[in-house]
Design a protein around this ligand. Structure first.
Ligand code: ASP
Ligand code: MG
Length: 589
């Protein structure tokens, strides 16, 4: 698949940085841990890994290339066994031993791929294997590995001439220290390797091939409607990366940002898709790009009349947190200066409270500061987008959607860059808040989740009518999604929307036993702004649920006369439920 992707490109020069085969780095590190124990069969664990690579090579390479690959692999495994023997003797591995061993996965994957690509022979020019340990020089500091650019560039020039034509196949993850000792770029460092080589080679673009379609507007596990963001600025990508959109690490972006090289995030398993472009000046109509949550967080609130107009309170507060080694995620202070609050990872709440109480011990005793409160179990919701700067109505939309979802906001922060609105909500409501805000920006407010009960004479015709109008209505900003169809014994539920041409077949093939509660719960997906249940039965039992549905915020549409022809108090109760919940009850077909 990777070779296909490469062969489809018409660039005369490309470099490909590969990580290890899946799970190999973990397995290699596992070997080191195993060797630190007195027992444990190192030999058989090495053998297993060797066999896996041999099998891959046997499948992909010709006999002679396979033999050559195997000879090198065998030698590496003997070397690994030697290092592990030392580890076993002293019962503790050093960091550099760990680095040496964990880097073999990339050596093996790239050697295999380079051989494979060469043998396929479908790309003009040379296929050159590059061992990144001979190129990338880094110095490990408290902020991670710092690339020594000029030394690395010199090294690369010695291996690759300026007019090289063809493909470079480069090991990800591994590097060398300034003292010439083998090291790595940290776990999942191959993306970083990619971007380092992009910078060293002065590439016109960097593509990160991953297993998702791109950077998503929200976590798809929480928001099934999350969409691939077409374009992002470097800053937006940094903001989203920070807030847990794990697709690209800020460290990976850095070499590209410094040289203004665009980065694409694309899916190896769906190369026809465009993916996400991350660059300096994206053209995109979207003001809000992504919405994410971070949790669990704690909110610490320092409150007291004694702080008003007194300079230096914030300095002392955050100084105390710095001394305690606590990094603050969000800060907010109202202009009255009566209180100041900040959010931190929940795991650090106890230490933070201690640090703050200790710093303001005297003021707390004298009553100049009344209290230090800590709220636990909270989430931060962040709304990110460069386009919010100078635009109006964005914050209004955010808070409106939260208000409509009955979620209360505990604290708010927006920097002057206007690139990020962050707010703190109760952790219990984090997913709901995320969906509500996502729906406000990514879905039309007029998106309807529809469940139809009783696809008989009337129901069938209605479904056909919806099918014939759905496109036209979408152009008018009304998005009808029939997500559930329930017959008398079976029902069909679909996450996106049921194909209204094929539903009878789908109901027969993919339907399940009718469960009305499950049906209604599915139709009322809380990431879609509105839910409508259409009852096309003549059943009194189904009609008996209207009141409950209306009270739960579900609109009811029906030609069924049962609810309107029973006892008057029941009818009044039903109308009252609709009025209280603000839902529609529409009958007479
Ligand atoms: N193989 C390395 C790791 O698993 C680097 C990578 O996968 O990006 O951490
Ligand atoms: Mg990996």
């Amino acid at each position: 698949r990777v070779a296909d992707i490469l062969e489809a490109s018409s660039n005369p020069r490309e470099a490909v940085v590969l990580s290890a085969c899946r799970g190999v780095t973990d397995a290699l590190l596992g070997l080191v841990t195993l060797a630190e124990q007195p027992d444990g069969y190192i030999a058989s664990a090495i053998e297993q890994m060797k066999r896996r690579h041999e099998e891959l090579a046997a499948e992909l390479l010709s006999r002679s290339a396979y033999e050559a690959y195997r000879a090198l692999l065998n030698k590496d495994c003997r070397d690994i066994a030697g290092v592990l023997q030392t580890v076993r003797l002293i019962r503790a591995a050093t960091d550099s031993m760990r680095d040496v061993i964990s880097g073999y996965g990339e050596i093996w994957s790239t050697r295999l791929f380079a051989s494979f690509l060469r043998e396929r022979g479908r790309i003009p020019g040379e296929v050159l294997w590059i061992d990144a340990r001979q190129v990338v020089v880094v110095e490990w500091g408290p902020l991670g590995p710092a690339v020594q650019w000029s030394a690395s560039e010199r090294n690369l020039r010695q291996l690759v001439s300026k007019d090289f034509q063809g493909r470079l196949i480069v090991t990800g993850f591994v590097a060398t220290t300034t003292t010439g000792i083998q090291t790595t770029l940290g776990r999942n460092g191959s993306d970083f390797s990619g971007s380092i080589f992009g910078a060293l080679l002065d590439a016109s673009e960097i593509i990160i091939w991953t297993d998702v379609d791109g950077v998503l507007s929200a976590d798809p596990r929480l928001v099934p409607n999350a969409q691939v963001i077409d374009q992002l600025s470097y800053n937006e990508a940094m903001e989203l990366a920070y807030f847990g959109a794990k697709v690209i690490h800020p460290q990976t972006m850095e070499p590209a940002v410094a040289r203004d090289i665009p980065i694409y995030i694309r899916n190896t398993f769906a190369p026809q898709k465009h993916g996400t472009l991350i660059c300096a000046h994206p053209v995109s109509a979207l003001k809000v790009k992504g919405i994410t949550t971070i949790d669990p967080v704690a909110l610490v609130n320092l409150e007291g009349a004694g702080m008003i107009g007194v300079p230096g309170t914030a300095h002392r507060l955050f100084g105390a947190l710095r001394d305690a080694g606590i990094s603050v995620i969000l800060i907010s202070q109202g202009s009255s200066e009566h209180s100041i609050c900040f959010a931190i990872p929940q795991a650090q709440a106890v230490r933070a409270e201690e640090a703050v109480r200790c710093a303001f011990d005297a003021e707390l005793r004298d009553g100049q500061i009344q209290h230090v409160e800590v709220g636990l179990g909270l989430s931060i919701l962040a709304v990110v987008g460069d386009g919010m700067a100078g635009a109006h109505g964005i914050a209004a939309k955010v808070f409106n959607s939260l208000g409509n979802a009955a979620i209360s906001v505990r604290a708010i922060a927006q920097g002057a860059s206007e690139r990020n609105i962050s707010l703190v909500v109760d952790g219990k409501f984090a997913a709901k808040a995320l969906r509500a805000v996502h729906a406000a920006f990514y879905l039309s407010p007029n998106t309807l989740s529809i469940g139809l009960i009783g696809p008989g004479t009337v129901g069938r015709v209605l479904l056909a009518q919806i099918a014939s109008q759905v496109e036209r209505l979408r152009a008018l900003n009304l998005d009808l999604r029939v997500r559930g169809i329930a017959g008398s014994a079976r029902m069909l539920l679909e996450e996106g929307a049921i194909d209204l041409e094929l539903w009878p077949q789908r109901l027969a093939d993919a339907g399940e036993a009718l469960d009305l509660d499950k049906f209604v719960a599915h139709c009322q997906a809380d990431y879609i702004p509105h839910t409508v249940i259409i009852d096309c039965t003549a059943s009194a039992e189904v009609a008996g649920n209207y009141r409950d549905w209306l009270a739960r915020g579900i609109h009811v549409v029906t030609p069924n006369k049962k609810a309107n022809s029973g006892p008057l108090p029941a009818y009044h109760a039903l109308k009252e439920a609709a009025r209280a919940a603000g839902t529609h009850y529409l009958y007479e077909a």
